[in-house]
Design a protein around this ligand. Structure first.
Ligand code: PSV
Ligand code: MN
Length: 426
């Protein structure tokens, strides 16, 4: 039986339950005057890119426990993302990490991508690890390095990433620098910024006009005294230095505890400089947990700002690249990614049902309680049936993880790919 028919049959088995939940939610929202189908249509078009580096089991520096059936090649990674997309209809692109996933036969890869309804959205450079045969080491930095030859090597690597991306019709280069210092005095802060800005400018020169360069920030790790790009202000300053095609990337795990990320997002959109997202869940730092698993209310508040700015015609921010960047130590990676996408869509749906007219009026009148209650009202709505209905209408599974388990997909992958293989990536 075709996969599509299997999904259809499994949907039929739980359709009555689904209808009950969906009708209840629809009734609840229509009483508030909300256009349900309008929300469903927005959910249907919302697509989140899957990282090529998160299709295997992740590890920590203390160990790694592969669950089996991990993809052994880029082709098998595409097969896995194709599966996710067939199940949830919301994962139609892949972020590639170079050199973990250097594309070989790009004509064949493009045709494989097309057959799954997928594309490559971004290429991510890697100057945080030394590669075999590399002339210079990144131990003391890459684009910020004191040695011009090392900066040049890192620049060339980023330009090579753009070339790989061009061959696969990508439109985004994501740069995350592990550069920084571990001890006071080690690095001259102003000069490190300037060297980085000039090196990025060389890469920017090679960026096609219809591409975006996303600059990611992170407060610590792998360095623990200073990072060259620790915060959104530094990313923003580099974007200003480079030009229109450079944008800030917000990775949810790249903030110190209790940072007001929703305010950062609002500010960046106001300045037209928010280029994309790396979604993940964070308890302490860059934990790379399932998106929305730890602080769902804050995640909702972030989406509330995103929707508010996207819906405001006076905000001139370009369309965002939505991507997951996570790692899975204890879960099946594919199940974890399905959970993350579902949490993202459910949270987006909640943000869509915020009554923005009443919220603006409450803010205008300094009616603190009403303003807060409007947000809490939307946050309290269980949007899972709305998302399931959007997925069903798009031909996907009402319960993607249920189908993944019922069809024993992991077991099939293990039979085909083996128990012990380890995918490239985090
Ligand atoms: C760094 O922590 C990061 O978030 C960057 O996006 C990297 O490219 C990615 O993780 C994978 O290592
Ligand atoms: Mn990231």
């Amino acid at each position: 039986m075709q996969f599509q028919e299997q999904i259809h049959d499994l949907n039929a088995q739980i359709r009555a339950d689904h209808e009950f939940h969906f009708q209840y939610t629809a009734e609840l929202l229509s009483r508030k005057g909300i256009d349900i189908q309008g929300i469903i249509e927005k959910i249907k078009v919302f697509q989140v890119a899957i990282p090529s580096w998160a299709l295997g089991t992740g590890g920590t520096r203390f160990g790694r426990y592969p669950g089996g059936g991990e993809p052994r090649s880029l082709e098998e990674k595409i097969e896995d993302v194709g599966l996710l997309h067939a199940l949830n209809r919301s994962s139609d692109s892949i972020s590639l990490h170079i050199p973990w996933d250097i594309p070989g036969d790009t004509v064949a890869l493009k045709s494989l991508l097309r057959s799954h309804g997928l594309s490559i959205d971004s290429v991510n450079s890697n100057t945080f690890q030394d590669q075999p045969g590399q002339a210079h080491s990144y131990k003391f930095g890459s684009l910020s390095h004191t040695d011009a030859a090392i900066r040049r090597q890192a620049i060339e690597h980023n330009i090579a990433c753009i070339e790989h991306g061009k061959a696969l019709d990508a439109r985004v280069l994501t740069v995350w620098l592990a550069d920084g210092s571990n001890f006071p005095g080690q690095q001259h802060f102003r000069r490190a910024w300037q060297r980085t800005a000039d090196a990025l400018a060389d890469i920017y020169q090679a960026l096609p006009d219809d591409w975006t360069m996303l600059i990611e920030y992170k407060p610590y790790e792998p360095h623990f005294y200073s990072m060259v790009i620790p915060d959104w202000g530094t990313s923003y300053s580099l974007c200003q230095y480079l030009g229109e095609k450079a944008q800030v990337l917000v990775d949810l795990g790249h903030h110190l505890p209790n940072t007001n990320i929703e305010q950062i997002v609002a500010r960046l959109m106001l300045f037209g400089r928010l280029g994309g997202f790396h979604f993940n869940g964070s308890m302490y730092g860059d934990d790379d947990l399932t998106t929305g698993s730890i602080k769902p209310y804050q995640f909702f508040l972030i989406f509330n700002e995103l929707v508010d700015a996207i819906d405001d015609p006076s905000v001139k921010n370009p369309p965002l690249a939505w991507m997951i960047d996570a790692s899975h130590n204890t879960k099946d990676p594919l199940e974890d990614l399905l959970q993350s996408v579902q949490n993202i869509l459910c949270t987006y749906a909640r943000a869509l049902i915020v009554d923005r007219v009443l919220l603006e009026a409450a803010q205008q009148q300094n009616d603190v309680v009403t303003a807060e209650e409007l947000l809490r009202d939307a946050f309290a709505v269980d949007t899972r049936a709305l998302v399931a209905e959007a997925t069903r209408q798009s031909g996907g599974a009402i319960d993607p993880i249920g189908v993944f388990r019922a069809l024993k997909i992991r077991e099939q992958r293990i039979a085909k790919r083996g128990k012990t293989g380890v995918a490239t990536g985090l």
